[in-house]
Design a protein around this ligand. Structure first.
Ligand code: AMP
Ligand code: MG
Length: 350
């Protein structure tokens, strides 16, 4: 393990057995050399902000609208637990039905992956805690003033957890069986899956030479910037989300996801209640972190792992990251930035 000190912030590098909200800022160059043209778009989808910068070669068109359509389709047809027609909503409606629900190939692959991350994280990542997430309803709570925010009772939290448990899902052949009362919530992985979908879409667009696209806290980098420059992704300071603690320098395809306690929260009597729940307690995770940013070749993985690592805390996350060849930047509220093994090749502190 190696550490160094910069601007009063302690950076620790993890070499096999070793702080701030990481809002991720796109630091895109505007310089558009040769014959490439850049198209930008800021929009909403999946209940979050989508930011796109796409470079296309001469003769290529603006496809930023189509990219957004891909995201909307994914949400409406597959992943949303709020839109009735989606596949996930159908599964939730049929919880307790012994006949189960037939899965599409795409959702099957996603659920196999989420189940594996749940197993490997010892349940820190668990998409079956939909009822507990609903109970906290952090978005509504965050909109209230401190004196009006009514937190869920311990009793209600305990009851909601009885319907959860990733190991109680049955996946047989092409069918899923949920126990009565269980609700799936793919909010911890959906934006990363959107990055994977966008990647596949861009691959079928020969005129696109490079792109950087953020879907909420998950970012896809693709191809190259004009002039062969790398992509720069800023990492937000969880203690002051208008500033950055550092950035990642990336070439080609990568996915970067951040989970942080500054993203959606309410503070009551000095305690911050945020949107990432520890399935072991039913309360917002409290592993001492302000944010975790995960770098992976897969968006589904970067997103699932960022949530898992935020719940697990730094030390317990390291073997999980290694298992998936992923890298992470952990930021706590004491000014410490910790890098998992391999991340030092990509991260520069500010
Ligand atoms: P993220 O911002 O990617 O960490 O995802 C957080 C979202 O995932 C929350 O808004 C919930 O919808 C859901 N969620 C919260 N805690 C967990 C957890 N421990 N495992 C899986 N999903 C979670
Ligand atoms: Mg996540």
């Amino acid at each position: 393990m190696k550490s160094f000190f910069k601007k009063e912030r302690n950076v620790i590098l993890h070499r096999k057995p070793a702080a701030i909200l990481l809002a991720v800022l796109l630091l895109c160059t505007t310089g558009c050399g040769q014959a490439e043209k850049s198209y930008q778009r800021i929009d909403t989808a999946m209940g979050t902000v989508i930011k796109e910068t796409i470079y296309v070669q001469e003769g290529g068109e603006d496809i930023t609208g189509q990219v957004r359509e891909e995201i909307v389709k994914l949400e409406e047809e597959l992943l949303s637990h709020r839109i009735e027609e989606s596949e996930v909503s159908g599964i939730n409606r049929n919880a307790g039905d012994p006949r189960g629900v037939k899965l599409s190939r795409k959702l099957w692959d996603i659920l196999e992956l989420t189940q594996e991350v749940s197993r490997k994280s010892g349940g820190a990542f668990d998409i079956t805690i939909g009822r507990t997430v609903n109970l906290w309803n952090i978005d509504t709570l965050a909109a209230e003033t401190e004196d009006k925010a009514v937190l869920p009772s311990e009793e209600a939290i305990k009851t909601s957890l009885k319907s959860a448990g990733y190991d109680r899902i049955e996946l047989n052949c092409d069918t899923i069986y949920l126990p009565e009362g269980m609700k799936l919530d793919l909010g911890a992985v959906g934006k990363g899956i959107a990055c994977d979908e966008i990647f596949s879409y861009l691959q079928g667009q020969p005129a696109v030479s490079g792109a950087v696209i953020s879907v909420g806290g998950s970012i896809l980098t693709y191809g190259n910037k004009p002039g062969g420059k790398p992509w720069n992704i800023g990492i937000v300071n969880p203690d002051d989300p208008s500033s950055y603690i550092g950035g990642l320098t990336l070439e080609g395809k990568w996915c970067v996801s951040t989970s942080g306690d500054y993203e959606r929260f309410v503070e009551v009597e000095g305690v911050r209640y945020h949107h990432i729940i520890d399935p072991a307690t039913g309360f917002p995770a409290d592993a001492g972190l302000g944010s975790v940013t995960v770098l992976s070749r897969s968006g589904a993985l970067s997103d699932a792992l960022s949530t898992a690592c935020f719940v697990l805390g730094t030390e317990k996350s390291l073997s999980l990251l290694e298992d998936y060849d992923a890298f992470a930047v952990f930021v706590d509220h004491e000014g410490n930035i910790t890098l998992s093994e391999g991340m030092e090749a990509y991260f520069d502190p500010l």
